[in-house]
Write a protein that binds this ligand. Structure first.
Ligand code: PLP
Length: 376
Protein backbone atom coordinates (compact mmCIF):
# COMPACT_ATOMS: atom_id res chain seq x y z
CA UNK A 1 0.00 0.00 0.00
CA UNK A 2 1.22 3.52 -0.81
CA UNK A 3 2.19 5.74 2.13
CA UNK A 4 -0.94 7.46 3.45
CA UNK A 5 -0.83 11.24 3.31
CA UNK A 6 -3.25 13.85 4.62
CA UNK A 7 -3.15 15.41 1.15
CA UNK A 8 -1.27 13.83 -1.74
CA UNK A 9 -0.19 16.56 -4.14
CA UNK A 10 2.58 14.41 -5.56
CA UNK A 11 0.31 11.68 -6.94
CA UNK A 12 -2.11 14.31 -8.16
CA UNK A 13 0.71 16.10 -9.99
CA UNK A 14 1.92 12.92 -11.68
CA UNK A 15 -1.40 12.73 -13.56
CA UNK A 16 -1.18 16.28 -14.94
CA UNK A 17 2.60 16.81 -15.07
CA UNK A 18 2.90 17.36 -18.80
CA UNK A 19 0.03 19.82 -18.98
CA UNK A 20 1.35 21.79 -16.01
CA UNK A 21 4.91 21.86 -17.35
CA UNK A 22 3.79 23.15 -20.71
CA UNK A 23 1.53 25.81 -19.14
CA UNK A 24 4.42 26.97 -16.95
CA UNK A 25 6.88 27.05 -19.88
CA UNK A 26 4.44 29.19 -21.79
CA UNK A 27 4.39 31.78 -19.00
CA UNK A 28 8.17 31.74 -18.70
CA UNK A 29 8.69 32.19 -22.43
CA UNK A 30 6.07 34.93 -22.64
CA UNK A 31 7.69 36.72 -19.65
CA UNK A 32 4.19 37.99 -18.76
CA UNK A 33 4.77 37.25 -15.08
CA UNK A 34 2.37 39.82 -13.64
CA UNK A 35 -1.27 39.78 -14.78
CA UNK A 36 -0.98 38.86 -18.46
CA UNK A 37 -2.88 36.21 -20.44
CA UNK A 38 -2.59 33.32 -17.95
CA UNK A 39 -4.31 35.36 -15.24
CA UNK A 40 -6.96 36.73 -17.62
CA UNK A 41 -7.69 33.26 -18.93
CA UNK A 42 -8.03 31.74 -15.48
CA UNK A 43 -10.29 34.56 -14.38
CA UNK A 44 -12.60 34.02 -17.37
CA UNK A 45 -12.63 30.24 -16.92
CA UNK A 46 -13.46 30.50 -13.23
CA UNK A 47 -16.25 33.03 -13.93
CA UNK A 48 -17.73 30.55 -16.35
CA UNK A 49 -17.31 27.57 -14.00
CA UNK A 50 -18.97 29.37 -11.08
CA UNK A 51 -21.53 31.20 -13.20
CA UNK A 52 -20.59 34.49 -11.57
CA UNK A 53 -20.10 37.85 -13.27
CA UNK A 54 -16.78 38.83 -11.71
CA UNK A 55 -13.78 36.92 -10.43
CA UNK A 56 -11.00 39.18 -9.11
CA UNK A 57 -7.82 37.17 -8.56
CA UNK A 58 -5.52 38.15 -5.68
CA UNK A 59 -2.51 36.92 -3.75
CA UNK A 60 -4.10 34.58 -1.17
CA UNK A 61 -7.35 33.73 0.59
CA UNK A 62 -6.72 35.95 3.60
CA UNK A 63 -6.18 38.94 1.29
CA UNK A 64 -9.35 37.97 -0.57
CA UNK A 65 -11.35 38.19 2.67
CA UNK A 66 -9.71 41.46 3.66
CA UNK A 67 -10.23 43.06 0.24
CA UNK A 68 -13.85 41.85 0.09
CA UNK A 69 -14.48 43.62 3.41
CA UNK A 70 -12.60 46.74 2.23
CA UNK A 71 -14.96 46.79 -0.75
CA UNK A 72 -17.95 47.23 1.55
CA UNK A 73 -16.62 50.56 2.92
CA UNK A 74 -17.44 49.71 6.53
CA UNK A 75 -16.49 52.10 9.34
CA UNK A 76 -14.29 51.30 12.35
CA UNK A 77 -16.41 49.76 15.11
CA UNK A 78 -18.96 48.27 12.71
CA UNK A 79 -19.79 44.73 13.77
CA UNK A 80 -19.19 41.69 11.59
CA UNK A 81 -20.68 38.37 12.66
CA UNK A 82 -18.79 35.16 11.93
CA UNK A 83 -18.42 31.61 13.23
CA UNK A 84 -16.50 30.76 16.40
CA UNK A 85 -15.46 27.47 14.80
CA UNK A 86 -13.30 28.25 11.76
CA UNK A 87 -9.76 29.04 10.67
CA UNK A 88 -8.49 32.27 12.26
CA UNK A 89 -8.06 34.14 8.94
CA UNK A 90 -11.77 34.88 8.89
CA UNK A 91 -11.73 36.82 12.16
CA UNK A 92 -8.20 38.16 11.66
CA UNK A 93 -9.17 40.36 8.71
CA UNK A 94 -12.16 41.77 10.60
CA UNK A 95 -9.87 42.89 13.42
CA UNK A 96 -7.15 44.15 11.06
CA UNK A 97 -9.67 46.52 9.47
CA UNK A 98 -10.63 47.88 12.92
CA UNK A 99 -14.05 46.32 12.61
CA UNK A 100 -15.51 44.44 15.56
CA UNK A 101 -15.73 40.66 15.20
CA UNK A 102 -18.79 39.11 16.80
CA UNK A 103 -18.30 35.35 17.15
CA UNK A 104 -21.31 33.08 17.26
CA UNK A 105 -21.86 29.36 17.76
CA UNK A 106 -22.28 26.76 15.03
CA UNK A 107 -24.73 24.03 14.12
CA UNK A 108 -23.81 20.63 15.66
CA UNK A 109 -24.78 18.71 12.52
CA UNK A 110 -23.04 20.73 9.77
CA UNK A 111 -20.45 22.59 11.93
CA UNK A 112 -21.50 25.73 10.03
CA UNK A 113 -22.59 29.07 11.49
CA UNK A 114 -26.00 28.78 13.17
CA UNK A 115 -28.58 31.25 11.77
CA UNK A 116 -30.38 31.38 15.14
CA UNK A 117 -27.12 32.44 16.82
CA UNK A 118 -26.59 35.06 14.11
CA UNK A 119 -30.03 36.51 14.70
CA UNK A 120 -29.45 36.72 18.45
CA UNK A 121 -26.17 38.61 17.87
CA UNK A 122 -27.50 41.28 15.50
CA UNK A 123 -27.32 44.83 16.92
CA UNK A 124 -27.79 48.26 15.30
CA UNK A 125 -24.00 48.23 14.65
CA UNK A 126 -24.03 44.94 12.71
CA UNK A 127 -23.10 45.48 9.08
CA UNK A 128 -22.05 42.11 7.68
CA UNK A 129 -22.15 38.34 8.19
CA UNK A 130 -19.31 36.05 7.09
CA UNK A 131 -20.54 32.47 6.77
CA UNK A 132 -17.75 29.93 6.20
CA UNK A 133 -18.52 26.84 4.11
CA UNK A 134 -16.56 24.81 6.62
CA UNK A 135 -14.84 21.58 5.55
CA UNK A 136 -16.47 22.03 2.13
CA UNK A 137 -20.11 21.99 3.21
CA UNK A 138 -22.36 24.86 2.21
CA UNK A 139 -23.67 26.92 5.11
CA UNK A 140 -27.42 27.50 5.45
CA UNK A 141 -27.39 30.37 2.97
CA UNK A 142 -31.13 30.72 2.51
CA UNK A 143 -31.62 31.45 6.21
CA UNK A 144 -28.54 33.69 6.32
CA UNK A 145 -29.59 35.69 3.26
CA UNK A 146 -33.08 36.13 4.71
CA UNK A 147 -31.62 37.56 7.93
CA UNK A 148 -29.31 39.81 5.91
CA UNK A 149 -32.19 41.13 3.87
CA UNK A 150 -34.34 41.73 6.93
CA UNK A 151 -31.57 43.66 8.75
CA UNK A 152 -29.87 45.21 5.68
CA UNK A 153 -26.56 43.41 6.14
CA UNK A 154 -23.89 42.31 3.69
CA UNK A 155 -23.13 38.62 3.28
CA UNK A 156 -19.47 37.77 2.60
CA UNK A 157 -18.97 34.06 1.94
CA UNK A 158 -15.69 32.51 3.04
CA UNK A 159 -15.49 29.86 0.31
CA UNK A 160 -11.86 28.88 0.93
CA UNK A 161 -12.87 25.30 1.73
CA UNK A 162 -15.99 25.04 -0.43
CA UNK A 163 -15.00 25.66 -4.03
CA UNK A 164 -17.09 23.57 -6.40
CA UNK A 165 -19.92 22.86 -3.95
CA UNK A 166 -23.48 23.47 -5.11
CA UNK A 167 -26.09 24.90 -2.81
CA UNK A 168 -29.69 23.80 -3.32
CA UNK A 169 -32.40 26.32 -2.52
CA UNK A 170 -35.72 25.16 -1.04
CA UNK A 171 -37.32 25.57 -4.50
CA UNK A 172 -34.80 23.10 -5.96
CA UNK A 173 -32.59 25.52 -7.92
CA UNK A 174 -28.86 25.18 -7.42
CA UNK A 175 -25.98 27.65 -7.42
CA UNK A 176 -22.29 27.35 -6.62
CA UNK A 177 -21.06 28.40 -3.18
CA UNK A 178 -19.31 31.75 -3.48
CA UNK A 179 -22.10 33.15 -5.67
CA UNK A 180 -24.84 33.17 -3.03
CA UNK A 181 -24.11 36.30 -1.01
CA UNK A 182 -23.00 39.83 -2.00
CA UNK A 183 -19.36 38.89 -2.31
CA UNK A 184 -17.12 35.88 -1.61
CA UNK A 185 -13.49 35.04 -0.99
CA UNK A 186 -11.60 31.88 -1.79
CA UNK A 187 -8.09 30.51 -1.34
CA UNK A 188 -5.88 28.53 -3.72
CA UNK A 189 -3.51 27.41 -0.94
CA UNK A 190 -1.96 24.14 -2.23
CA UNK A 191 -4.02 21.83 -0.01
CA UNK A 192 -7.38 23.43 -0.85
CA UNK A 193 -9.71 21.60 -3.26
CA UNK A 194 -8.46 23.86 -6.07
CA UNK A 195 -4.87 24.38 -4.99
CA UNK A 196 -2.05 26.26 -6.70
CA UNK A 197 1.65 25.46 -6.33
CA UNK A 198 2.07 28.36 -3.95
CA UNK A 199 -0.28 31.05 -2.64
CA UNK A 200 -3.30 32.41 -4.46
CA UNK A 201 -6.82 33.66 -3.87
CA UNK A 202 -9.82 35.30 -5.48
CA UNK A 203 -12.89 37.40 -4.80
CA UNK A 204 -16.23 36.72 -6.52
CA UNK A 205 -19.24 38.99 -6.97
CA UNK A 206 -22.18 39.59 -9.28
CA UNK A 207 -22.19 43.31 -8.40
CA UNK A 208 -20.60 45.35 -11.23
CA UNK A 209 -19.93 48.44 -9.13
CA UNK A 210 -18.40 46.48 -6.27
CA UNK A 211 -16.23 44.51 -8.73
CA UNK A 212 -14.91 47.72 -10.28
CA UNK A 213 -14.14 49.19 -6.86
CA UNK A 214 -12.30 46.01 -5.83
CA UNK A 215 -10.26 45.80 -9.05
CA UNK A 216 -8.81 49.14 -7.99
CA UNK A 217 -8.24 48.13 -4.37
CA UNK A 218 -6.11 45.11 -5.33
CA UNK A 219 -3.93 47.42 -7.43
CA UNK A 220 -2.92 50.24 -5.05
CA UNK A 221 -6.29 51.98 -5.32
CA UNK A 222 -5.61 52.84 -8.99
CA UNK A 223 -8.42 53.12 -11.52
CA UNK A 224 -6.24 55.08 -13.93
CA UNK A 225 -2.50 54.48 -13.98
CA UNK A 226 -0.71 56.51 -11.26
CA UNK A 227 -3.95 58.10 -10.03
CA UNK A 228 -4.69 56.68 -6.58
CA UNK A 229 -8.33 57.30 -5.66
CA UNK A 230 -8.50 55.11 -2.55
CA UNK A 231 -6.03 53.44 -0.20
CA UNK A 232 -5.54 50.00 -1.69
CA UNK A 233 -3.14 47.08 -1.41
CA UNK A 234 -0.86 45.15 -3.74
CA UNK A 235 -2.45 41.73 -4.03
CA UNK A 236 -2.06 39.87 -7.30
CA UNK A 237 -2.37 36.28 -8.40
CA UNK A 238 1.00 35.27 -9.80
CA UNK A 239 0.88 34.32 -13.50
CA UNK A 240 2.67 31.01 -12.81
CA UNK A 241 0.02 30.12 -10.23
CA UNK A 242 -2.74 31.14 -12.64
CA UNK A 243 -1.25 28.80 -15.27
CA UNK A 244 -1.29 25.88 -12.80
CA UNK A 245 -4.82 26.73 -11.66
CA UNK A 246 -6.01 26.91 -15.25
CA UNK A 247 -4.94 23.30 -15.75
CA UNK A 248 -6.37 22.13 -12.41
CA UNK A 249 -9.72 23.92 -12.80
CA UNK A 250 -10.56 21.49 -15.62
CA UNK A 251 -10.22 18.65 -13.11
CA UNK A 252 -11.92 20.31 -10.14
CA UNK A 253 -15.22 18.46 -10.55
CA UNK A 254 -13.31 15.19 -10.95
CA UNK A 255 -11.26 15.91 -7.81
CA UNK A 256 -14.39 16.77 -5.84
CA UNK A 257 -16.12 13.63 -7.14
CA UNK A 258 -13.20 11.49 -5.96
CA UNK A 259 -13.36 13.16 -2.54
CA UNK A 260 -17.08 12.45 -2.37
CA UNK A 261 -16.50 8.78 -3.23
CA UNK A 262 -13.84 8.54 -0.52
CA UNK A 263 -16.23 10.17 1.98
CA UNK A 264 -19.04 7.78 1.10
CA UNK A 265 -16.72 4.79 1.58
CA UNK A 266 -15.47 6.10 4.93
CA UNK A 267 -19.05 6.63 6.07
CA UNK A 268 -20.13 3.13 5.05
CA UNK A 269 -17.32 1.73 7.19
CA UNK A 270 -17.71 4.02 10.20
CA UNK A 271 -21.40 4.86 10.57
CA UNK A 272 -23.64 3.35 13.24
CA UNK A 273 -20.80 3.10 15.75
CA UNK A 274 -21.84 4.42 19.19
CA UNK A 275 -18.67 6.54 19.56
CA UNK A 276 -18.61 7.99 16.04
CA UNK A 277 -20.68 10.65 14.33
CA UNK A 278 -19.93 10.66 10.59
CA UNK A 279 -20.20 13.96 8.67
CA UNK A 280 -23.68 15.15 7.82
CA UNK A 281 -24.44 15.32 4.11
CA UNK A 282 -27.49 15.86 1.95
CA UNK A 283 -28.78 12.79 0.09
CA UNK A 284 -26.96 13.64 -3.16
CA UNK A 285 -23.89 15.15 -1.41
CA UNK A 286 -23.94 18.06 -3.85
CA UNK A 287 -23.63 20.65 -1.09
CA UNK A 288 -20.41 19.10 0.26
CA UNK A 289 -17.01 18.89 -1.46
CA UNK A 290 -15.24 17.28 1.54
CA UNK A 291 -12.31 19.61 1.91
CA UNK A 292 -12.05 17.64 5.16
CA UNK A 293 -13.68 14.41 6.26
CA UNK A 294 -14.33 15.19 9.90
CA UNK A 295 -15.69 12.78 12.49
CA UNK A 296 -16.96 13.53 15.98
CA UNK A 297 -15.58 11.06 18.53
CA UNK A 298 -18.14 10.75 21.33
CA UNK A 299 -17.22 9.86 24.93
CA UNK A 300 -13.74 8.65 24.02
CA UNK A 301 -10.30 10.26 24.14
CA UNK A 302 -9.94 11.96 20.75
CA UNK A 303 -6.29 12.86 21.36
CA UNK A 304 -5.44 9.23 22.15
CA UNK A 305 -7.04 8.26 18.83
CA UNK A 306 -4.82 10.82 17.05
CA UNK A 307 -1.75 9.22 18.65
CA UNK A 308 -2.94 5.71 17.83
CA UNK A 309 -3.47 6.58 14.16
CA UNK A 310 -0.10 8.35 13.95
CA UNK A 311 1.55 5.26 15.48
CA UNK A 312 0.00 3.27 12.64
CA UNK A 313 1.39 5.65 9.98
CA UNK A 314 -1.93 7.38 9.47
CA UNK A 315 -1.71 11.18 9.51
CA UNK A 316 -4.80 13.03 10.73
CA UNK A 317 -5.75 16.54 11.78
CA UNK A 318 -7.67 18.36 14.48
CA UNK A 319 -9.38 21.31 12.83
CA UNK A 320 -9.72 23.24 15.06
CA UNK A 321 -8.53 22.52 18.61
CA UNK A 322 -9.27 25.97 20.10
CA UNK A 323 -12.41 28.06 19.55
CA UNK A 324 -11.69 31.54 18.24
CA UNK A 325 -13.32 33.15 21.29
CA UNK A 326 -10.57 31.58 23.42
CA UNK A 327 -7.62 32.55 21.18
CA UNK A 328 -5.42 35.15 22.88
CA UNK A 329 -5.68 37.56 19.96
CA UNK A 330 -9.48 37.50 19.87
CA UNK A 331 -10.63 36.73 23.43
CA UNK A 332 -12.91 39.38 24.92
CA UNK A 333 -13.12 39.96 28.66
CA UNK A 334 -16.46 38.89 30.06
CA UNK A 335 -17.25 36.38 27.31
CA UNK A 336 -19.88 33.94 28.47
CA UNK A 337 -18.77 30.37 27.66
CA UNK A 338 -22.43 29.31 27.71
CA UNK A 339 -22.84 31.14 24.38
CA UNK A 340 -20.68 28.53 22.64
CA UNK A 341 -21.90 25.08 23.72
CA UNK A 342 -21.48 23.49 20.28
CA UNK A 343 -18.04 24.87 19.44
CA UNK A 344 -16.79 24.06 22.93
CA UNK A 345 -17.90 20.45 22.41
CA UNK A 346 -16.62 20.15 18.81
CA UNK A 347 -13.07 21.26 19.64
CA UNK A 348 -12.83 18.23 21.97
CA UNK A 349 -14.43 15.73 19.57
CA UNK A 350 -13.39 16.46 15.98
CA UNK A 351 -10.81 14.54 14.01
CA UNK A 352 -10.19 14.87 10.29
CA UNK A 353 -9.04 11.76 8.43
CA UNK A 354 -6.83 11.79 5.31
CA UNK A 355 -8.85 13.20 2.41
CA UNK A 356 -7.73 13.86 -1.14
CA UNK A 357 -8.52 12.87 -4.69
CA UNK A 358 -5.94 10.04 -4.81
CA UNK A 359 -6.96 8.00 -1.74
CA UNK A 360 -7.32 4.33 -2.64
CA UNK A 361 -10.09 2.07 -1.34
CA UNK A 362 -7.36 -0.03 0.30
CA UNK A 363 -6.07 3.02 2.19
CA UNK A 364 -9.58 4.06 3.27
CA UNK A 365 -10.31 0.54 4.53
CA UNK A 366 -7.04 0.43 6.47
CA UNK A 367 -7.72 3.83 8.07
CA UNK A 368 -11.29 2.90 9.02
CA UNK A 369 -10.11 -0.43 10.43
CA UNK A 370 -7.59 1.34 12.67
CA UNK A 371 -10.19 3.85 13.88
CA UNK A 372 -12.51 0.94 14.77
CA UNK A 373 -9.66 -1.02 16.40
CA UNK A 374 -8.95 1.90 18.68
CA UNK A 375 -12.60 2.24 19.69
CA UNK A 376 -13.15 -1.52 20.15
C1 PLP B 1 -7.33 28.52 3.98
C2 PLP B 1 -8.39 29.40 4.56
C3 PLP B 1 -8.30 30.80 4.53
C4 PLP B 1 -7.05 31.54 4.14
O1 PLP B 1 -6.51 31.26 2.93
P1 PLP B 1 -4.95 31.58 2.63
O2 PLP B 1 -4.86 31.44 1.15
O3 PLP B 1 -4.15 30.55 3.36
O4 PLP B 1 -4.68 32.97 3.08
C5 PLP B 1 -9.37 31.53 5.00
N1 PLP B 1 -10.48 30.94 5.49
C6 PLP B 1 -10.59 29.60 5.56
C7 PLP B 1 -11.84 29.01 6.11
C8 PLP B 1 -9.55 28.77 5.12
O5 PLP B 1 -9.67 27.45 5.20
Amino acid sequence: METIRMVDLKSQYSLIAEEVQSALSEVIESTAFINGPAVQEFQANLEQYLDVKHVIPCANGTDALQIALMGLKLAPGDEVITADFTFAATVEVISLLQLTPVLVDVDPQTFNIDPKAIEAAITPKTKAIIPVHLFGQAANMEAINALAEKHQLYVVEDNAQGIGASYTYANGTKAKTGTLGHIAATSFFPSKNLGAYGDGGAIFTNDDELAHFIRGIVNHGMYKRYYHDVVGVNSRLDAMQAAVLNVKLKYLDYYNERRKEAAIRYTQLLENHPNIVTPYRAADCSSHVFHQYTLRIIDRDRDALVRYLNDNDIPCGVYYPVPLHRQKAYAQPGTNEAQFPVTNQLVKEVISLPMHSELSVEQIEYIAEKVLDFLA
